[in-house]
Design a protein around this ligand. Structure first.
Ligand SMILES: Cc1cc2nc3c(=O)[nH]c(=O)nc-3n(C[C@H](O)[C@H](O)[C@H](O)COP(=O)(O)OP(=O)(O)OC[C@H]3O[C@@H](n4cnc5c(N)ncnc54)[C@H](O)[C@@H]3O)c2cc1C
Length: 488
């Protein structure tokens, strides 16, 4: 048979030879696939994981490792923070919307403490130390950090701030290549393997195999140019990641992120979504994206972020991903960070890895000169800085409520960092699933035998985002998928 990207479901009657079989067949050995493998094997199922690359890991093993958990985990308590299920839900309902799925958030928050315990039980290590510096992730092996703007405006007026970015302990991190996500994956894969899960690498899943009544009973795959049909006696779990690297899908569903995939891997090509769509699967939140702003948060927090009209639009001490979303979606991807010489020096001397530390693009003695150099409308930046400085002198930010610890009048010399086109991210939408990770048909009924989790599904985030939501809902609903598939 020649290679084809054909995603059309294959009638089981057309299969003459099964290359392999298992009770539960899982596509993708990243975080959702690994969590599914652990739970399915523990439920007594014979499990086979099919992975397209030469090893387990996926984007998850490169990830900073934030897992968004709360409601009073042992780690939160050990670091001296109080939290509750309701408080966590109040934050997520505000921060993941508009359009956040309140039932999913309630479900996730309710199970969050137990999920943390489950991860610890899988050998994922966490150090009981809080990291309180601005940053994209903890610099060392600290285990807990604010990762969604919980302690900044507006969320600090909606829910009691509690840090929920739980980070596995890891030494010698290399940001963006090998970070704490590896320790999460290692714990999950070791546990799944010890429980008896099998894995096959260099296997690319291609299409679903179905009974005449629509039940999914297997997957067609390709390995080294050869077609292999794999039978699933109980269920198939799709866990192949997002569609951030599928240009056509991004152009159609999430065009704002076109040309700027980040925090993703090229294997995230939307294959699982398309395979399930071909069976009539429903989708949700396909336009939602995580967005990073490429600047060191140590600089961001000490400056003011302005748009093409010289106006501020976000409290600079919030989650930098929120600043990224607001820049890309609401400000035409145009931003300038205004920062004075002292603040720049302080940021440079800070303890973060300085991966995204940037020098000023323009420097001037006066704000008027800087405004002219950037090409902002006359008096726009000057009015913004005057108002900011007037409040900062009193320790207040009446416009955007940046916390007083970061408020200092902007002095001379003053610089601006050009942050136009300085965003990137990954897609958050995908297959519409039940809380038991069943893939829903457009009719509203689950597709029998088909389950999914991770970034090929729509999870907690509808529009907003917090670091840790992907490894969080991927592992949480990956477990559900594994359990449900093993009982199907
Ligand atoms: C540098 C970086 C930092 C990040 N930091 C964080 C963070 O701190 N917290 C957080 O929550 N998220 C973070 N993310 C995002 C997070 O890693 C992903 O969103 C998450 O791993 C998605 O889980 P998943 O199981 O859906 O996909 P993955 O973990 O990527 O697993 C999917 C697997 O499926 C495989 N696959 C793809 N197509 C096929 C196919 N056709 N056949 C077989 N296998 C296939 C892939 O090779 C991959 O191994 C980060 C990502 C990166 C790259």
């Amino acid at each position: 048979m020649t290679f084809t990207d054909d995603i059309q479901p294959i009638p089981v009657g057309a299969i003459t030879d099964w290359a392999d079989e298992a009770d539960v067949v899982i596509a993708g050995y990243g975080v959702a696939g690994a969590a599914a493998a652990v739970e399915a094997t523990r439920a007594g199922a014979d499990v086979l994981v099919l992975e397209r690359t030469g090893s387990w890991g996926g984007a998850a093993s490169m990830a900073g490792g934030f897992i968004y958990l709360g409601g009073g985990t042992d780690l939160q308590k050990a670091c001296g923070f109080e939290d509750s299920v309701d408080n966590m839900a109040a934050f997520l309902n505000a921060a993941m919307g508009p359009g956040a799925d309140a039932a999913r958030i309630a479900d996730y928050c309710e199970g969050s403490v137990a999920h943390f315990d489950w991860l610890v039980g899988c050998g994922v290590p966490f150090k009981a130390e809080f990291f309180g510096e601005p940053g994209w992730e903890p610099m060392g092996d600290q285990g807990l950090m604010y990762s969604g703007g919980e302690n900044s405006y507006p969320f600090n007026t909606i829910a009691t701030p509690a840090p929920r970015g739980h980070v596995p302990q890891m030494q010698n991190k290399k940001q963006g290549e090998s970070s704490a996500g590896f320790m999460l994956m290692k714990g999950l894969v070791d546990t799944a393997t010890a429980a008896g899960a099998r894995s096959l690498y260099d296997v690319r899943v291609q299409a679903l195999i179905v009974e005449s009544d629509g039940r999914v009973v297997g997957i067609r795959t390709r390995r080294y140019g050869i077609t292999m049909d794999i039978r699933a006696r109980r269920g198939v779990v799709l866990a192949t990641g997002s569609f951030a690297y599928n240009e056509a899908m991004v152009a159609r569903y999430a065009p704002r992120i076109a040309g700027r995939p980040a925090a993703s891997i090229e294997q995230h090509d939307g294959q699982a979504i398309r395979m399930a769509q071909a069976l009539g699967a429903d989708l949700a939140h396909m336009d939602a994206t995580e967005v990073a702003l490429f600047i060191d948060p140590q600089q961001l927090v000490r400056g003011i972020l302005v748009n093409e009209r010289g106006q501020r639009y976000v409290a600079e001490d919030t989650y930098p991903g929120r600043a990224g979303q607001l820049t890309l979606y609401h400000q035409n991807n145009i931003a300038y960070l205004i920062i004075d010489g002292d603040a720049q020096e302080e940021a440079m001397a800070s303890l973060t890895p300085q991966l995204m530390m940037r020098p000023p693009t323009w420097v001037a003695d006066t704000v008027a000169d800087l405004e002219a150099e950037i090409g902002l409308p006359p008096n726009s930046l000057q009015a913004t800085v005057d108002a900011y400085n007037e409040g900062a002198a009193r320790g207040e930010d009446p416009l955007l409520h940046k916390k007083s610890q970061w408020l200092k009048p902007i002095k001379s010399p003053v610089g601006a960092i050009d942050l136009r086109e300085s965003t990137g991210g990954f897609t958050l939408g995908g297959l519409h699933t039940t809380l038991d990770a069943e893939v829903l048909h457009v009719s509203g009924e689950p597709i029998p035998g088909l389950f999914a989790a991770g970034r090929c599904t729509a999870g907690l985030a509808a529009w907003g985002y917090a670091s840790g939501v992907s490894l969080g809902d991927g592992s949480f609903y990956g477990r559900r998928a594994g359990r449900a598939a093993s009982q199907a």
